[in-house]
Design a protein around this ligand. Structure first.
Ligand SMILES: Cc1cc2nc3c(=O)[nH]c(=O)nc-3n(C[C@H](O)[C@H](O)[C@H](O)COP(=O)(O)O)c2cc1C
Length: 226
């Protein structure tokens, strides 16, 4: 090998070594870039699910002396949705004791009073609040009629109740039984009137403010505030 040839070979060898090193370096840089790109932390949403902004809400309530209606109206103000009062084809007597006696008979026999109220396209609602007073420590027959008549399968059902101070009785349990394929959330209970003693609408003035706060706290707890 003469000097000219060996010099050229050296240059070629140097160039090839340099070229393969450059290619390796390039490959490493590209891989690292890709890895960094892939593993770059994405912003993680820690917000609660947007309930009920994109949900369609129905609020159905039964109320004789407007205490449950007052709670229904607070829910409507805070959550939005359609507010519907349950009415019967044949209303209960005005007399309190006569109503108590009729309700006791209906509860004994399982009679479901026919509803005058009709709800259009109930299938379009995702969330259904159901409000009622305690009657005979039970779910009032008209609310039983509603839950039997309308299929709330797949929906979120949220009960709320007012009573004379004896609590909701077994009414929430009955809601669960009548909505076996719904998700029934924690209900709301507060003291309402005592019609027996002539105390009709008591959720007004200062008491209304206090109940509004209770409703707020409950809605926040069950993640229903806008
Ligand atoms: C027929 C009837 C039965 C009632 N039974 C009970 C009862 O068992 N326990 C109770 O705490 N209150 C009972 N109450 C009182 C109501 O639950 C209470 O006054 C409630 O706040 C009324 O709601 P409203 O104003 O929405 O009608 C009864 C009321 C009526 C009319």
């Amino acid at each position: 090998m003469n000097r000219g040839t060996s010099g050229r070979n050296l240059i070629i060898e140097f160039w090839q070594t340099t070229k393969s090193q450059s290619l390796w370096s390039l490959a490493i840089v590209v891989c690292m870039g890709l890895l960094c790109g892939c593993s770059r932390a994405q912003p993680v949403s820690i917000n609660k699910p947007p309930v009920p902004a994109n949900k369609k809400v129905l609020i159905v309530y039964l109320s004789r002396t407007s205490n449950t209606k007052a709670v229904a109206q607070f829910i409507r103000q805070k959550v939005g949705g359609t507010l519907v009062a349950l009415e019967l084809k044949t209303p209960y007597p005005v007399d309190y004791q006569a109503t108590v006696a009729q309700v006791a008979r209906e509860n004994e026999t399982g009679y479901l009073p026919p509803l005058k109220t009709k709800i259009d396209r109930i299938e379009g609602y995702d969330t259904v609040f159901v409000g009622f007073p305690t009657w005979g420590m039970q779910l009032p027959p008209p609310m039983k009629s509603f839950l039997r008549q309308y299929n709330l399968k797949g929906k979120t059902v949220i009960p709320f109740n007012t009573n004379a101070g004896y609590g909701e009785g077994n009414s929430f349990e009955t809601v669960k039984k009548l909505c076996p394929q719904s998700t029934v959330l924690e209900g709301f209970v507060t003291r309402g009137g005592i019609e027996r003693d002539g105390h009709l609408l008591v959720i007004k003035e200062a008491r209304a403010k206090a109940v509004e706060k209770e409703v707020d706290n409950w809605l926040e707890k069950i993640n229903m505030l806008k």
